[in-house]
Design a protein around this ligand. Sequence first.
Ligand code: ZN
Length: 374
Amino acid sequence: MYFKDIIGQQDIKRRLIESAQKKVVPHAQLFCEQGGAGAYPLALAYGRYLNCSHPSDTDACGECPSCIKFDALAHPDLHFVFPIISRKEKKKEVCDDYLPEWRDFLKGRPYFSLDNWLEVMDAGNSQATIYAKESEEIIRKLNLKIYEAAYRILLVWLPEKMHPSCANKLLKIIEEPPTNTIILMVSEEPDMVLGTILSRAQRVNVRGISREEMTEALVNREMLEPEQAKEVAHLSEGSYLKALELINVNEENAYYLERFKDMMRNSWARNVKGMKVLADTLAGIGRERQKSFLSYCQHLIRENFMYRFQTNDLNYMNRQEADFAVKFSPFVNERNVFDLMDELAKAERHIAQNVNAKMVFFDLSLRITVFIRR
Ligand SMILES: [Zn+2]
């Protein structure tokens, strides 16, 4: 993780770099964010910068021995603490037991949430915690001699998940860490962090990513069209994670729209072969998606019916859907709108009741054949 990998946050980057250059580095810092703004990658890039042998004015060099060990997330003076699911039977009781998974996780993505990590750990309904046992590990590590680094870095993700007895044991070391040891904590719920820890750490507030910087990142990193990027940036509220979620939802929508078009065209053309192919396709996407597809179809039928009245404030369609409505809306009218809606709702119920999906979708297409020509 380098500063250049993090979207926006120029002010904080500048402040962190200055503190490193002036060698005025607070020994305990708490990076706070709402999630998805880049606090964790910032802290990690900062740790790298502090230890780089040839840093520039904007970033670490990427070539010195320290940077190379940071690339592998395997610097001997870089220690990770994060919430885990303790599994005694699998000998997974402290963070180091999860280190291989954690490194892969971090390398895969600069922006992530606790949910993402829980998925990797296969957490099910268990709560992730930084357990009391971790405090002994931390104290042991921080009392070792520093191997080679200018600064030993302890990077704590989500101190709000720390068991109180762990937090209490760490108070002394947070207040007065061994020489050249820097404790960087990253919190998404600073209000939940123990007050005694809060008061010992310097706070770094990481605000949401600005709309302009988010738009630019979505165009460059996610290959969005500028207009779409702007729309997503507007809805993302400064969180890159939320932006990615929105893109996924959009992709799902686009898929549903195409299948909806297939279905209507097949029915209009009385293309029985096409109906069979579509029923096969939809049978393969899983029950949950089948249900969302059918409720999406009802939404589109309703919108296309309303489209004829040209009341923009009653229309809830994105651009692709609206483009399609120009041609399709004349086919939805007073004579068939209720029957179409009923059939779609019935199909949705049947899917929920585990009726054979292939039959449900084929049957549906056949019935639409009758309604669509009214
Ligand atoms: Zn370097």
